[in-house]
Design a protein around this ligand. Sequence first.
Ligand SMILES: NC(=O)c1ccc[n+]([C@@H]2O[C@H](COP(=O)([O-])OP(=O)(O)OC[C@H]3O[C@@H](n4cnc5c(N)ncnc54)[C@H](OP(=O)(O)O)[C@@H]3O)[C@@H](O)[C@H]2O)c1
Length: 279
Amino acid sequence: MSGPAATGALPATLTLVGAGKMGFALLQGWAARGLAGAGVTVLEPHPTKDVTALCTDRGFRLNPPVGQGPAPESLVLAIKPQMLESVAPSLVQRMAPGALVVSILAGKAVATIAARLPAATAIVRAMPNTPAAIGRGVTGAFANAAVSETQRRLAHALLASVGAVEWVESEELIDAVTAVSGCGPAYVFYFVEALAQAGAAVGLPADLAARLARATLIGSGELLHRSAGVSPETLRQNVTSPGGATAAALEVLMARQGLIELLARAAAAAKRRAGELSG
Ligand SMILES: NC(=O)c1ccc[n+]([C@@H]2O[C@H](COP(=O)([O-])OP(=O)(O)OC[C@H]3O[C@@H](n4cnc5c(N)ncnc54)[C@H](OP(=O)(O)O)[C@@H]3O)[C@@H](O)[C@H]2O)c1
């Protein structure tokens, strides 16, 4: 299965390990989709007020002792990647064999997760991106062969609560996903910085150039978002009159060694580095 899949129901029993930025975004997404009750366990050594309030409001168990509550059918790992080794032993008793493990840990291969969590066989490795914090992320996900169709739908539902989900059929492609959508928000923010600098270079006060660049990105992104079925190429052509000012700028951006080559090199560097870090 690749591309968007039908969003299934959220699991009734679930443990979230790590309620930091990304974990909390997921938790909020699940709560917004009606998840509630003591079947949900949140493990987080230093819960923020917001995490505690959400758990209280939805009846989730926050840091219950081992053995309290049902063994979850799904476990979502949202700790820092470097914490996996030290946290994994404490999870062994909290897992039923065969439970689905969904990991969003950057650079942690399925084989590494399986080695750290011996009870884990069905593993989904996912790479979300920062707009997940506002429910507008996109996550690339890979399921190993032990993940059943039902579990894949569960994982899809869990990840879809913070945005779109795209499945890849080989784990190596997660590094490529990282290079595009995982790192992509930083490219886009840098584009805004660069456009602001370009604005200053053509004579605008720096603060005005920064506001124009920011608003342009936000508005164009929203226009793209609302133009379902219209390609970015068509949207670009719609605002490019032959011989006009936009065309003059695009001629520079689209020249040989222009933006396409630059981004290709950037994405290749990100993919290479992601692969090295996954080691
Ligand atoms: N943020 C992103 O845009 C993004 C994108 C893609 C993937 N990811 C992945 O998402 C994961 C989380 O990233 P993040 O940005 O959300 O990091 P984060 O804010 O640092 O969240 C990690 C959370 O795990 C908690 N934790 C530490 N030890 C724990 C334990 N023994 N049991 C349970 N929880 C524990 C941490 O608590 P303390 O702070 O108290 O130690 C922290 O709240 C990372 O693996 C990252 O690779 C993030």
